[in-house]
Write a protein that binds this ligand. Sequence first.
Ligand SMILES: [Fe+2]
Ligand SMILES: [Fe+2]
Length: 471
Amino acid sequence: MSTVLSDDKIPNNVNLSSDRRLQRALEAWQPKFLDWWMEMGPAGFQVQDVYLRTAVSVEASGWAHFDYVKMPDYRWGIFLEPKQEGRTIGFGDYQGQPVWDEVPGELRNMLRRLIVTQGDTEPASVEQQRLLGQTAPSLYDLRNLFQVNVEEGRHLWAMVYLLHTYFGRDGREEAEELLGRRSGDRDRPRILGAFNEPTTHWLSFFMFTMFTDRDGKYQLSALSESGFDPLARTCRFMLTEEAHHMFVGETGIQRVVKRACELMKQDPSGDVRALGGIDLPTIQKYLNLWYTLSLDLFGGEISSNAADAFAAGLKGRHKEDKYEEHKVLDQSYPMEVLEDGKIVAKDIAMRTALNEVLRAEYIKDCARGVERWNKTIREEGVDFTLALPSNRFHRHIGIYADSHFTPGGEPVSRAVWEAHRHEWLPTDEDEAYVKSLMQPVLEPGKMASWIAAPAKGINGQPEQFEYVRLV
Ligand SMILES: [Fe+2]
Ligand SMILES: [Fe+2]
């Protein structure tokens, strides 16, 4: 197992050329991927040089190689972290047994579903974001969008590699399907709800990369514990790329927030919209929307699927090592549940509560990010606090899905919900306003009116750097 990518048609560190059948199958899938990329990837900018990061090896020094590349020429490769000899399964019923290098027959369907569900989100997000390049607030942001897009494409490759290698004909069919579904399509939608919501402007893009990519981080983290070793090794490498996506989201919103504060102070009546910015209450509404859509991605609070995947050793907890006990057969998890319209505290058997355990880690992580936005607001001397809504608010999956709650988590009637909805979630008017701001700014170093400049450039580049060569 080499850590350096071989220079085949498909860059890889899995010695692909030693398996001719697999190599041919993936080489047959490659042009279909490129067709999908040209049809559903970024609209425009496919012939321009973009300053992108490409992985050339999995070592710390090699996975972040920066250069100009045209997106269709991006070296989408297959990367697995090096195998750790003697690794054992870290949790569940098979804890302590050697990890699997092949798929155990009885776990095949469950494992395939986990891989396909993860794999489906990768092209979905590229599809959701395909028009954003047309309205980029700066060349810096345009480049970041494309970096995220090509890496989501690579994550699709990662999952397709697993399907082709370990699932035979079913796997090849699933790989085709991953290119066949379309985000938001009525007949062939993507698998998960949040991945069918259009990302119609950059405020939603930053919220998506902040909150929805962060769900990805936690799903990948749980899968990186997997007893199916190729999946664990694949996900560990994907996590290194995911960190940049969340950076784009967190700093993107931070810059919108900063700009809102600057404009508030400039306008005599503090009217941010009058000066072409996005006001903090509107930012809060989009936060409410994307955060709650992302909470749903963790699945139901009480879930036998989660219990099964844990028992089987396929999907663990975030940083399984930090827990003392890894079978959790006799443990319980304190949870608030809904009974006859009332919220009551209950102890839930730990294995069935594992979606909630992962969601709780995610919520803490999101809260840290929101606190950094609030720090920016305080530094600007503005009196406003952004907040995460309750995990009961605006849910479509799980025990709260059929009831209504305020952002504070109080149960309310449907009528009350409808009467206040416009205060809590973006309205058509908010959406129209935000969209009206989306005019491309493509001069090096320039920023749109509604966003502050980044604190520093990508890979230490200066402010005026030409991240995308337009001519
Ligand atoms: Fe991804
Ligand atoms: Fe991502």
